[in-house]
Design a protein around this ligand. Structure first.
Ligand SMILES: *[C@@H]1O[C@H](CO)[C@@H](O)[C@H](O)[C@H]1NC(C)=O
Ligand SMILES: *[C@@H]1O[C@H](CO)[C@@H](O)[C@H](O)[C@H]1NC(C)=O
Ligand SMILES: *[C@@H]1O[C@H](CO)[C@@H](O)[C@H](O)[C@H]1NC(C)=O
Ligand SMILES: *[C@@H]1O[C@H](CO)[C@@H](O)[C@H](O)[C@H]1NC(C)=O
Ligand SMILES: *[C@@H]1O[C@H](CO)[C@@H](O)[C@H](O)[C@H]1NC(C)=O
Ligand SMILES: *[C@@H]1O[C@H](CO)[C@@H](O)[C@H](O)[C@H]1NC(C)=O
Ligand SMILES: *[C@@H]1O[C@H](CO)[C@@H](O)[C@H](O)[C@H]1NC(C)=O
Ligand SMILES: *[C@@H]1O[C@H](CO)[C@@H](O)[C@H](O)[C@H]1NC(C)=O
Ligand SMILES: *[C@@H]1O[C@H](CO)[C@@H](O)[C@H](O)[C@H]1NC(C)=O
Length: 890
């Protein structure tokens, strides 16, 4: 053709040919073999390929997509991502028999092309020239034929993301030229054949995401060309062989999510090219050798998360300048951050040190990182200015951050390290000094007999009343809360047989995946709660009580309680495990709807536009359920029990949002109301930490009433966390909110009602009624709060609460139903109204006027009942419903 062209053009064509010699060879020569052409056409029809890619009348080497030819013969087929014809789609097959006639085939790439069948056994006998076989994501099934070991020219073998089963044939060890072996994302079983260690030319091996078991052959360490090794997400066990430290060219190591227990061999320091080290989630133990990171100067990504490593993180790790992502979360690393300031060039991006046991101050080392998670450690001190804004610091012991650990938790941790906790920066007296002082003063006041009595009372008090919650504890000094009141051998005195199953520790380990962090629901104040599944798939919640940090008798008291009570409103205890000396376990039925605080949270989340609000009917049902449970404890148990931890998170909800009251570790018997309790009360007066801000003792039923009042208010207002809080901001909020609850003005309440609640006029009356009940519960004077059984009645009949006392609509209900509960409620209501915010005198006049006119129109009983009500104001606790009911009907 040269002779028809100008010279210049000919020269440039020649140069192009030189430049692209290879491609011109591949592309410019038509297919010369008729047999190969026929084979391709048969392949075209057996796979159902389209004319779009392989037009039947044109030359495969010149026109067909994905066909590579050399010197007129086919050397490569790439049908990656091709679509089949409509007919081809109907019955896709691994039908490639005619490949056998392409005798020079070097590469077959069918990735993402469905070949739902087995890899033909004859591949190994026939495709002897094959160098590249890529069947990634081809829906291939069955076993890897061991004949593939005959494809001795193979350089790349990719069978990833299929449904391959069976073992990895050891014949693959014959593929001495193999450079890439990728069998990941299949269901291969068995162990890694020793023979892969013969593949000296291997640069990448990926067998992740299979079900391989057994140990890692140490010989892997001799594959000196290896750059990428991924064995993650299998069931490989035993240990990481120290020999793999010999992989000096390894760039990327991923052994995560296996069962490689034992410790990290320090020989890994030989992997001097390593940039990525991912060994998370393995159950690795022990410390990190200090020398390990000194030579790994190229590390960018280190993931050692979710193991059981302990000890300090070697300083050498922090000093690696190429670091970008460091995840050490979920271990037992302990120590404090080094105070090294690094050269400004060193940039690292992400640090996750969450859920370890690091302590001390936040040091300047953190300046290297732009995204930091330190949650779940024991860091103390102030949050420094250089901390990035997105730093996560919850569950630490920091002074200037929210959601920190309790003082007891922090103090006991620091004590266990032989250190003194900074007590959130608040100077305090130690509890022992404090109580001594009190004893002395009171002892002097009361004299000898009084002292004896006092000792006795303090003992009583000690057994029953406990410090709870951050705010309660703050003023109370440091030191682990170890009390010496250990029941000598608890199990003896409780009938364990009545308490469900005695689980073995092994069973609980199985149920919770070894108490994996992922199964942790929350750190409760009496123990950590884990979700789990018993054999047979029964979902449960398991409370792990660590006797080193919790009171020794806490599980005993709870078991004792469960042995004495039984009610459908209490969370069911399924069993326990007392095998271990220092950890005890209680097993409860799982509550599908969590607790009230989490149900409300979903709704209040401002990012969540979908109004997944608990509707009013459900809220009322929950209020009634909670009152029912407490009414049982207060009135049906002898002696009465006080729950002492009534808050939204204690109100558990089953699948139908029925209340099952939980958090029963604080329950105790109510103090008798004999003269002893009067003295107790007197003695306790200066002891603020034993008192609720409401002024009541925590071991009285009135305390529960107050707490329930907060829960009811939470239901009405949708404001999260009222019931869990007892600090001054909550008090302030209450002072602002309660004036909107007025028995003479329904509309006022709409100002505080949860804006996400949809209510009509009728429901508003119920909302209003619940608010009124809440307010009467929140009477600052414990003696003026209604009894739980009246609260229950009021919640069961909310409309009576508002209609009886208020307007002419009183006619709507039968007169005989005017119950003592209502009187009790309103007796306390008046008092509470005047205590919290003086009700205008006019309203009071108005109500007596209304009541008078009503009375004349009806049965004239109102006068006596209002007299009775007045008497209730002094002591609004009628001894018995029937008495009062009769009284009012007289
Ligand atoms: C293709 O190969 C088979 C056996 O390998 C042979 O029997 C057949 O004749 C070949 N076809 C052609 C067209 O050469
Ligand atoms: C190209 O193929 C022809 C026959 O088709 C053969 O004679 C020749 O040797 C081949 N050349 C190369 C470089 O393979
Ligand atoms: C294989 O074919 C696909 C789709 O035609 C193309 O995107 C890809 O680059 C080809 N791969 C090779 C290695 O030629
Ligand atoms: C096969 O083709 C895909 C393109 O679809 C490509 O990404 C892949 O690298 C190819 N496989 C090999 C081994 O070249
Ligand atoms: C191919 O492999 C199989 C099984 O590994 C073996 O039995 C057979 O002899 C081999 N065939 C050839 C031609 O190498
Ligand atoms: C392995 O590769 C080398 C160099 O690429 C080649 O000379 C040798 O023939 C190959 N071995 C086999 C069995 O294909
Ligand atoms: C190993 O691979 C390199 C290229 O990566 C090649 O040059 C060498 O010949 C191969 N060695 C063997 C034994 O196949
Ligand atoms: C940390 O250590 C404690 C005891 O020292 C152990 O109970 C706990 O399970 C460990 N945690 C992890 C994540 O290994
Ligand atoms: C620390 O607390 C002070 C006042 O208590 C506040 O002004 C400051 O913003 C807080 N700093 C941080 C980082 O939370």
């Amino acid at each position: 053709m040269d002779q028809f062209m100008p010279r210049a053009v000919a020269v440039s064509v020649f140069m192009l040919v030189l430049l692209f010699e290879h491609s011109s060879q591949l592309e410019t020569q038509p297919l010369s073999s008729r047999a190969e052409r026929l084979a391709l056409i048969r392949l075209r029809s057996s796979l159902g390929l389209r004319a779009k890619e392989w037009p039947i009348k044109s030359d495969p080497c010149l026109i067909w997509r994905g066909i590579d030819c050399r010197n007129g013969t086919v050397v490569g087929i790439n049908i990656s991502g091709f679509k089949r014809t409509r007919i081809g789609r109907q019955n896709p097959q691994f039908a490639v028999d005619s490949l056998a006639n392409l005798t020079h085939l070097e590469s077959l790439n069918a990735s993402f092309f469905a070949l739902p069948g087995q890899i033909p056994d004859w591949f190994g006998q026939v495709l002897g020239t094959l160098q590249v076989l890529d069947l990634h994501s081809c829906s291939v099934v069955g076993a890897i034929p061991s004949s593939l070991g005959n494809l001795s020219s193979l350089i790349t073998l990719i069978l990833s993301d299929n449904r391959l089963t069976g073992i990895i044939p050891s014949s693959l060890g014959q593929l001495l030229n193999l450079s890439v072996l990728d069998l990941s994302q299949n269901s291969l079983t068995g162990s890694i054949p020793e023979s892969v260690t013969y593949l000296q030319n291997l640069s990448r091996i990926d067998i992740s995401l299979n079900n391989l078991s057994g140990s890692i052959p140490p010989g892997i360490g001799t594959l000196s060309n290896l750059e990428r090794l991924n064995f993650s997400r299998n069931m490989l066990s035993s240990s990481i062989p120290s020999q793999i430290g010999g992989l000096a060219n390894l760039v990327d190591l991923d052994l995560s999510a296996n069962h490689l227990g034992s410790s990290l061999p320090q020989e890994l320091k030989g992997m001097t090219s390593l940039q990525k080290m991912v060994i998370g989630n393995n159950g690795l133990v022990g410390g990190l050798p200090d020398v390990l990171f000194r030579d790994l100067t190229r590390l960018e990504f280190v993931d050692l998360s979710q193991n059981s490593f302990s000890g300090a993180i070697p300083d050498a790790l922090w000093l690696i300048s190429s670091l970008r992502i460091v995840d050490l979360s979920g271990n037992n690393f302990t120590g404090s951050l080094p105070n090294t300031s690094l050269n400004a060039i060193a940039t690292a991006v992400v640090l996750n040190l969450s859920n370890n046991m690091y302590y001390g101050g936040l040091s300047s080392i953190l300046q290297r990182f732009s995204s930091i998670d330190l949650s779940g450690n024991y860091f103390e001190g102030k949050v420094p200015d250089f901390a990035p804004s997105n730093i996560s610091l919850i569950k630490n012991c920091l002074q200037n951050a929210t959601e920190q650990r309790t003082l007891a938790d922090c103090a006991s941790f620091y004590a266990s390290k032989g250190l003194t906790f900074d007590n959130f920066g608040i100077p305090t007296e130690t509890p022992s000094r404090k109580s001594h002082k009190r004893t002395i003063i009171l002892g002097a006041v009361l004299g000898g007999v009084g002292l004896l009595l006092l000792v006795f009372l303090l003992l009583l008090l000690f057994l029953c009343t406990r410090k709870r919650g951050v705010t309660d504890q703050r003023g109370n000094g440091v030191g682990p809360i170890h009390t010496t009141t250990i029941p000598p051998s608890p199990e003896v005195s409780i009938n364990l047989l009545s308490l469900g199953e005695a689980f073995t520790y092994q069973q609980l380990l199985l149920a919770t995946g070894d108490f994996a962090e992922a199964n942790l629901i929350k750190h409760g104040h009496s123990g950590d709660l884990f979700r789990g599944f018993l054999e047979g798939g029964i979902p449960v919640v398991i409370k792990r009580i660590n006797l080193n940090s919790a009171r020794k008798d806490v599980y005993f008291l709870e078991l004792d309680f469960f042995s004495k009570v039984s009610h459908h409103r209490l969370v069911p205890l399924l069993g326990y495990c007392l095998e271990n000396e220092n950890e005890k376990y209680l097993v409860y039925k799982y509550m599908p709807n969590g607790d009230l605080s989490s149900s409300l949270y979903r709704k209040v989340n401002p990012n969540d536009d979908s109004l997944k609000s608990l509707d009013w009917i459900t809220r009322l049902k929950i209020a009634i359920g909670a009152a029912e449970a407490l009414s049982y404890l207060h009135h049906e148990c002898t002696p009465p029990f006080v729950h002492r931890d009534v808050q939204a998170s204690s109100i558990l909800l089953d699948d139908k949002f029925e209340v099952r009251l939980g958090s029963l570790s604080e329950v105790c018997v109510q103090e008798g109301d004999t003269h002893q309790s009067v003295i107790t009360r007197f003695l306790r007066l200066p002891q603020t930490s034993e008192q609720d801000p409401s002024g009541s003792q925590t071991a009285t039923c009135a305390y529960d009433v107050y707490s329930l009042g907060k829960v009811l208010l939470e239901l009405v207002t949708g404001k999260l966390g009222i019931s869990a809080s007892s600090d001054s901001s909550m008090k302030e909020w209450l002072d602002q909110t309660l004036p909107y609850i007025n028995i003479y003005d329904k509309e006022l309440v709409t100002k505080i009602v949860d804006p996400s609640l949809i209510y009509d006029e009728d429901l508003l009356e119920e909302v209003w009624a619940m608010a009124i009940v809440a307010r009467s519960c929140l009477n600052p004077k414990p003696s003026r709060r209604p009894l739980m059984r009246y609260i229950l009645k009021a919640l069961e009949n909310p409309l009576k609460v508002v209609r009886e006392e208020n307007t002419g609509s009183a006619r709507l209900r039968p007169t005989s139903s005017r119950g003592s509960w209502n009187a009790a409620l309103f007796g306390s209501w008046r008092q509470s109204s005047s205590d919290v915010a003086a009700v205008p005198a006019t309203s009071i006049t108005r109500v007596s006027g209304t009541s008078g006119s009503q009375g004349s129109g009806q049965n004239g009983g109102d006068r006596s009942s209002s007299l009775r009500r007045q008497s209730r104001e002094i002591f609004p606790e009628p001894s018995n419903d029937h008495d009062v009911e009769r009284q009012s009907e007289d």
